[in-house]
Design a protein around this ligand. Structure first.
Ligand code: GDP
Length: 306
């Protein structure tokens, strides 16, 4: 088993090149990000000047001699309670999955729980799916995975079921070979060295959100959303104005911290990340506003892009 995904040996010169969109889905903690990183690496290049060519946000691109895999993001799966927000998100998940060429469903070896089944139920029947059974490095005996593979196959039809370890890089070449077969024949849609074209405005909001998660307990971040009010890029300087919306006045106080110290850490941490990734100076101003019930408000959800 190889550590890194490598080109398949001796792809025939006549084999047609394939290119398509792949979504990696699964319940939280199954190893989706680890898998994406193992496949496309940690390198990130931003090409926000280029218009988005598909309706999916590209997370990473892997180009090999025989195929180009364009990994795209899907909105978060909501498997808990029903609410206008969750219903919208699930609708968005279905329509986004219907538009990709292949879905990779990541599950954890020997654990197929309610959350995994809920994710599987959201995959449209007409979209080819591959099951990547992750974390097999944790199994004492690899043969232990066999009954699990049979159980999986009884839940849904899969084009392939591949046991992998995203962390150890095991069997990723087998996974890629199975994926490549399901991509449509066609020329590469992106230059070979381009790894992602996530847009800077979106990333700016993500960095702020990430710092909120890091600096606060779980409760406040789930009640917040970040809006980018303006994003200006002139003479190497990016001027970004952002607003963090919270549900309650008490959450605003927690975000600000004593004498605004916590907010300062959030903003300066986010700014540092942005400068590093965007490769230039960033001026960042962040406001915190109380907007009760934003998650239940259809108009605000649309405004935030849900
Ligand atoms: P995500 O929420 O699905 O994106 O999951 P992550 O990629 O963040 O992984 C969740 C946890 O599982 C992390 O602690 C990873 O280090 C761990 N993990 C991911 N892949 C493997 C694997 O192949 N083997 C083991 N043992 N742990 C893994």
């Amino acid at each position: 088993m190889s550590k890194q995904p490598r080109a398949e040996p001796a792809a025939s010169i006549d084999a047609p090149f394939r290119c398509g969109h792949v979504a990696i889905v699964g319940r939280p903690n199954v190893g989706k990000s680890t898998l994406l990183n193992a496949l496309v690496g940690a390198r990130i290049s931003i090409t926000s000047r280029k218009a988005q060519t598909t309706r999916h946000r590209v997370l990473g691109i892997l180009t090999r001699p025989d195929a180009q895999f364009i990994f795209v993001d899907t909105p978060g799966f909501q498997t808990e309670h029903r609410s206008p927000l969750n219903e919208r998100l699930n609708r968005a998940v279905r329509s986004s999955l219907a538009g990709v060429d292949v879905v990779v469903v990541v599950v954890e070896a020997r654990h197929l729980g309610a959350a995994d089944r809920a994710v599987l139920a959201l995959i449209p029947g007409g979209t080819p799916a591959i099951a990547a059974v992750n974390k097999v490095d944790r199994l004492a005996d690899r043969a232990d995975v066999l009954p699990f593979l049979a159980e999986l196959a009884s839940v849904r039809e899969f084009s392939a079921v591949v046991p992998i370890s995203a962390e150890k890089g095991w069997q990723l070449d087998v996974l890629l070979a199975a994926l490549a077969k399901l991509l449509p024949v066609g020329a590469a849609q992106h230059p070979a060295d381009e790894l992602t074209d996530r847009d800077e405005r979106f990333l700016a909001a993500e960095y702020i959100r990430e710092k909120i998660f890091r600096l606060l307990g779980a409760e406040v971040p789930y009640a917040t959303t970040v809006g980018i009010d303006s994003f200006e890029h002139k003479a190497g300087l990016r001027r970004i104005h952002a607003t963090i919306y919270v549900d309650k006045t008490s959450q605003r106080a927690m975000l600000l911290g004593e004498r605004g110290e916590r907010m300062k850490s959030i903003a300066s941490g986010a700014r540092r990340d942005m400068e590093q990734l965007f490769g230039g100076k960033v001026f960042l101003e962040v406001w915190v506003k109380v907007k009760s019930g934003w998650a239940g408000d259809e108009r605000m959800l649309t405004q935030f892009g849900y």
